[in-house]
Design a protein around this ligand. Sequence first.
Ligand code: FDA
Length: 325
Amino acid sequence: MTSWFSKLVVSMTIRMPRWFVGWVSRRYVAGNTIADAIKVMQRLAKENACFTVDVLGEEISTMDEAQYFFEEYRQLIDAIIEHKIESDLSIKPTAFGLLIDRKKGYNNIKKLVQIANKHGMFVRLDMEDHRVTQDTIDVVVELHSEGLSNVGTVYQGRLFRTLDDIDYLEQKLGPAADYRICKGIYLEPPEIAHTGYNEIVSATNASIDKMLASGAYCAVASHDKPVIDHTLSALKSYGMGPGIDDPRSNAGPVRSGKGPGYEFQMLLGVRGPLRRKLAAAGHKTRVYVPYGEKWYEYSIRRLQENPTVGAQVAKAFLMPWTNRP
Ligand code: FDA
C-alpha cells in the first residue's frame, strides 16, 4: 500500500464529520459502554473466540484521569464475571499514569492486577511507544516479584531491542513469561526499529522463534499470513498444537483460560475468516475488543500515528472481499 494513499486517507478522515468516523469505526470498536463490549463478545463467543478487552483512551495528563480507567476496568471485571465471558484485560500503562508519576502509576496498575488475580483473570500491559518500553517491562517484572503472575506484556517485532528483551525477561521470569508478540503499531525511528515490511516480518518471526524456544507462553497477534504461517510451522516443529498439552521440555506452567503454550490474537473487525479458520482448526483465538467513550480521539490518533492503518481500513471498505469482519 503506497504511503501517499495512506496519507491521503488520513487527511480525508480527519476532515470527516464525527458521525462518519463513528460509522467506519463501528466495525473496529465495540461501542461506548461495558454493555456494548459484552454484547459483542457474546456474539463472537459463538465463533469459538475468547477475548481481551481494552478501554479506549488517550494518554492522560493528570493523575486524576487515571482514576477513570481504574474504575472502568474494575466495573469491567465485574461484568465479565457476571456474564461468564472468557476474557482477560488489556491495559495501557500510560492511562494509569506511568509517564506522569512512576510510583503512583505502578500502584494503580498493581491494584487492578490484584483485583483481576482474585478472579483468576490475566492482565496484558499493551506496549506503547518507545518512551515506555523499558518501564512497561520493568512493571511486569516487579509485579511478578510481588507474587502477581497473572500479568504479561507485549513485545514489538519491529524494535531492534526485542530479541535482547526476550533474553532479559527469560532471565527474570523464566518460562513464566507470557508474551503477546506483534509487529508494533508505532512508527518508530530507523535508529531503533526496522521500517520495511520484509524486515519487520522477519524480525517478528525471529521473536516468535525465540519465545517458543524459551518455553514461555506466546500469543501471536497478527493478521499477516507470513507471520501466521511461520508460527504454524514453528509450532509443528515443537509438536505443539490444538488439544496437545504443551510438549516443550522447558514449558511454563499450565495457565487457565489459555492455549497449550500459545494462542492467536486478532483485532475486532479484522480478518474474521482467517480467525474463524484458525479457530475451526482448534487453535485458541482471542479477539482484542476495544470500547469506550473516547473512541473518536483514539481512532484519529491511531490514524495519525500510523497512516498505513487508514489505508487498511479504506481497503477493507472498498474491497470487502479482502478483509471481512
Ligand atoms: P499487517 O499490518 O501487514 O496487516 C496484515 C493484513 O491484515 C492487512 O493487509 C489487512 O488486510 C489486515 N489489517 C491489519 N490491521 C488492520 C486494520 N487496523 N484494519 C483493517 N485491516 C487490517 N501494537 C502495539 O504496538 N502494541 C500493542 O500492544 C499491540 N497490541 C495488539 C493486539 C492485538 C490482538 C493485535 C492483533 C495487534 C496489536 N498491535 C499492537 C498492533 C500490531 O502491532 C500491528 O500494528 C497490527 O496488528 C497490524 O499488523 P499485522 O501483523 O496484522 O500485519
